[in-house]
Design a protein around this ligand. Structure first.
Ligand code: ADP
Ligand code: S3P
Ligand code: MG
Length: 171
């Protein structure tokens, strides 16, 4: 049984995917992203899963993807921004080296506001993102072992801050 070295959570635009890849490189380990696993398994992009089968179905696929990745991956793992909304997924994260990547509204909307592949932000990015964050902040905090801010930091600096927060430097 293996377990990831780092699991990244946080809202869309926090940089989970971008920073996760850099972090895996730094640590010399593999990188995995449950969004990519879900798309590969379903054979279609995430927005199509939301449209064809709805968000509850997506969350169930996501729970299964998180379970598989936690059991079968020993590198860096990035989750989708909404994974923490599911009680079963949160339970799977207990005891894992989870880092909550924080980002403020301004930077998040700047980074992903006009990005079509995020169905939950498609209509009114600012308001939707604020509402998402209100519901999710306590859940990100609940599952996280460390919290790392990303505003005014490059993805490389964020990766560095994660290594510091988890005391993985020179480990
Ligand atoms: N620290 C950062 N500073 C500036 N831009 C960033 C940063 N982290 C990520 N980005 C950019 O924001 C966008 C969303 O990043 P992504 O890694 O997909 O976020 P997430 O997976 O958390 O939704 C990408 O265009 C990425 O290049
Ligand atoms: O916040 C969310 O509910 C979602 C975030 C997305 O991942 P990112 O956080 O990597 O954008 C993706 O899982 C899906 O569009 C749903
Ligand atoms: Mg991502």
């Amino acid at each position: 049984m293996t377990a990831p070295a780092v699991v990244l959570v946080g809202p869309p635009g926090a940089g989970k995917t971008t920073v996760g890849r850099i972090l895996a490189d730094r640590l010399g380990v593999g990188y995995r992203d449950t969004d990519a696993d879900i798309e590969a398994g379903a054979g279609k992009p995430i927005p199509d899963i939301f449209i064809d089968q709805g968000e509850p179905h997506f969350r169930a696929l996501e729970r299964a993807a998180v379970r598989d990745a936690l059991a079968g991956h020993d590198g860096v793992l990035s989750l989708g921004g909404g994974a923490v909304m599911d009680d079963g997924t949160r339970a799977l994260l207990a005891g894992m080296p989870v880092v909550f990547l924080e980002v403020g509204l301004h930077a998040a909307v700047h980074r992903v506001g006009l990005d079509a592949p995020r169905p939950l932000l498609a209509v009114n990015p600012r308001q939707s993102w604020r509402e998402l964050m209100e519901a999710r902040r306590p859940l990100y905090t609940e599952v996280a072992r460390a919290v790392v801010g990303t505003d005014d930091r490059t993805p490389e600096d964020v990766a560095d801050a994660i290594l510091d927060a988890l005391q993985l430097k020179d480990a």
